[in-house]
Design a protein. Structure first.
Length: 194
């Protein structure tokens, strides 16, 4: 993987809230079109073992859904293969998700942004950005997730050696730093809130 590139592969998850459509891009290790039960190839995990792509993506989304209200639906995903940083990313497979958010007390969610920051094993940043996501009406920075089961579960899923999620430096996300909660100004303009 070239440092700070999406190569050799990445996943785009499309989802929508009551306010608008969104996409999230997640870098991964290499993808292969091996025939597996899910039918969408495999990613290499951080132990060099093949991991069913469909299962890996759905496992992550099923951890993310806890941070969105039931008005948010994860619609589908597309896997892009880009073996070299100079290659044009090629969509190779995709699947529907139809997974709804499960947070029953989201608080303010319109035009919100939750940014989960991590350090990779190479000490660069890796981020998960959640739009129109739950805030519990708390815009303070969160640095300690101990005892917050849903957050602990998401961190475990994103950082597991048994998955192929990666930072743009190709390293495994290893260390949780913080969750920053804010309003997204681009969304505010798009939703005609300004």
């Amino acid at each position: 993987m070239t440092v700070f590139s999406l190569a050799p592969a990445f996943v785009v998850v499309e989802y929508h809230s009551a306010f608008g459509p969104h996409q999230a891009t997640y870098p991964t290790l290499g993808w292969d079109d091996a025939i597996v039960a899910g039918g969408h190839g495999v990613f290499k995990d951080h132990l060099g073992v093949d991991r069913d792509s469909d299962d890996m993506i759905k496992d992550l989304v099923n951890k993310l859904k806890a941070f969105f209200s039931a008005d948010v639906l994860f619609d589908n995903y597309i896997i892009y293969n880009q073996p070299d940083a100079d290659d044009i990313p090629q969509p190779v497979t995709g699947n529907s998700l139809a997974i709804a958010g499960t947070n029953v007390a989201p608080g303010w969610e319109k035009a919100t942004q939750n940014t989960w920051s991590f350090r990779t094993e190479f000490f660069n940043l890796s981020k998960l950005v959640l739009l129109d996501s739950a805030t519990a009406d708390n815009f303070d920075r969160i640095t300690n997730i101990t005892g917050i089961t849903a957050a602990e579960d998401l961190v475990t899923e994103w950082t597991s050696t048994a998955n192929g999620w990666a930072g743009r430096d190709g390293g495994r996300p290893t260390t949780f730093i913080q969750i920053a909660v804010t309003l997204n100004e681009k969304l505010r303009r798009g939703y005609r809130m300004n």
